[in-house]
Design a protein around this ligand. Structure first.
Ligand code: ZN
Length: 448
């Protein structure tokens, strides 16, 4: 229709009202068809916000969202009922430290033997097994091939591949030859841009990298404040970014509405990052009493990967220098985890998945309980706390009206035996059932 027709032959008001009414009716019909109604009967229900266990809750899911939760809800006539009345139901789990879009290989230099596309295809199963293990969201904290994680996040969001909702870093922001760099090459080898994208060596270079990462789709920024265990030529006890560079990172990221997480093993590097205002410390291996006090004072989350030591030591091809870096650090990290829990510091669940194979993330829960958390605290670290750290408590982290329908269930009580979470039997993400061991026909077995 042209503007000329519109202006010279206005439609009678009644016709327009009829068309508007028909349009609204059609839209409502389409919305109903596209937003199926599901009622879930939950035998036990872990209310992570109150830290209580409730019985016989009903959860109403419309489309991708939770519409209502309560004990006395009547089941809508047109709702499909999912019976989890013999199970314990809890929110989809959140891992705040994964590397889904990289090769899960102990030797980072193997990245050089694969094209970016090969790496991307090889990483598809990482996303799938993570979701089917009950992790409906991850904060993915860096890739060697810049933006492989952005592409994976978007492929999952579009339904091209199966995986958790991802919040991604885009690249590692690191000093040259630092903890997030591809190191171990001869000095006359020049890497392509995507393998050195995040390298920065002054506050202004840090800001420049962050501006580009923001433009190209990062959700948050990963900086490396100290050396690393799993990097050639690195010393986990060394300081890398200076306080000036860390402050520049936090300020520049905030300009784009992003938060910063800092990899840090050494005590001074941890404190530099907390004082600079990062949202979380990753690993926090050698955090001292002053560091714990600072984290409490600043409200900084500690995201400690205390389960992967055995994977580092037992992987057949872990390079010898990595094993040397690792010596004694794991025991110190577990001791410091206990101290941090006792202090009441804010803690999240982050595994560094990729170090251990993807899909066994939930094994960390038993370590968290062994080293001082209650089972409820461990579950909260992977739900409400994780959602708060990521900055999307309105969408994820608990089973509440208005949030995304990310719901899992296990057959035994994880508060009695936390290892129940290692065998998640029901997984719903955004209202869609990806796994239902009680009802195999209902599960989305191999699609898309
Ligand atoms: Zn990591």
């Amino acid at each position: 229709m042209t503007t000329h027709q519109m202006t010279t032959r206005p439609w009678p008001l009644l016709t327009m009202l009829c068309l508007a009414w028909q349009g609204a009716a059609l839209a409502a019909a389409v919305a109903t068809a596209e937003a199926p109604l599901v009622a879930i009967r939950a035998g036990k229900f872990i209310d992570v916000e109150s830290g209580r266990v409730l019985a016989n809750e009903i959860i109403i899911v419309r489309g991708t969202k939770i519409e209502a939760v309560g004990t006395n809800l009547s089941l809508p006539e047109d709702a499909r009922v999912i019976d989890l009345s013999k199970m314990t139901v809890l929110p989809g789990l959140i891992d705040c430290h994964t590397h889904l879009a990289d090769l899960a290989d102990a030797e980072p230099l193997n990245v050089l033997q694969r094209s970016a596309v090969e790496t991307a295809y090889a990483a598809i199963p990482n996303a799938r097994v993570t979701l089917l293990a009950g992790f409906t969201t991850v904060r993915d904290v860096g890739v060697y091939r810049a933006f492989n994680d952005v592409a994976m996040r978007d492929a999952i969001a579009r339904g091209i591949i199966i995986g958790p909702r991802m919040y991604v870093a885009g690249a590692y922001v690191t000093i040259s030859q630092g903890a997030g760099a591809m190191t171990g090459l001869a000095p006359d080898i020049q890497l392509p841009l995507d393998l050195r994208y995040g390298e920065a060596n002054s506050p202004w270079e840090v800001r420049q990298r962050i501006r580009e990462l923001a433009h190209r789709g990062a959700d948050h920024i990963k900086v490396l404040s100290t050396g690393a265990v799993l990097t050639h030529g690195s010393n986990p006890k060394s300081i890398e970014f200076t306080p000036e560079e860390l402050r520049a990172a936090v300020e520049e990221a905030a300009n784009f509405g992003m938060r910063v997480e800092a990899h840090a093993h050494a005590a001074e590097g941890i404190k530099n990052a907390i004082r600079a205002g990062v949202a979380s410390i990753e690993h926090a291996t050698l955090i001292d009493d002053e560091g714990i006090a600072l984290a409490k004072q600043h409200g900084t989350y500690l995201d400690m990967d205390i389960y992967d030591e055995e994977c580092i030591q037992s992987a057949g091809n872990t390079p010898a220098d990595f094993l040397q870096h690792d010596q004694e650090l794991a025991a110190a990290q577990r001791r410091n985890f206990t101290k941090a829990v006792r202090s009441g510091a804010k803690m999240t669940f982050g595994t560094d998945a990729g170090v251990c194979p993807h899909g066994i993330n939930a094994r960390q829960f038993a370590f968290m309980v062994k080293y001082g958390m209650t089972p409820m605290q461990a579950i909260q670290s992977a739900t409400v706390n994780a959602a708060d750290l990521i900055g999307h408590s309105e969408l994820i982290g608990s089973i509440s009206a208005g949030k995304s329908a990310d719901i899992i269930a296990v057959s035994s009580d994880p508060l009695a035996d936390i290892r129940a979470l290692e065998h998640v039997q029901f997984v719903m993400k955004e209202g869609k059932v990806y796994k239902d061991e009680n009802s195999p026909m209902a599960a989305m077995k191999d699609s898309p």
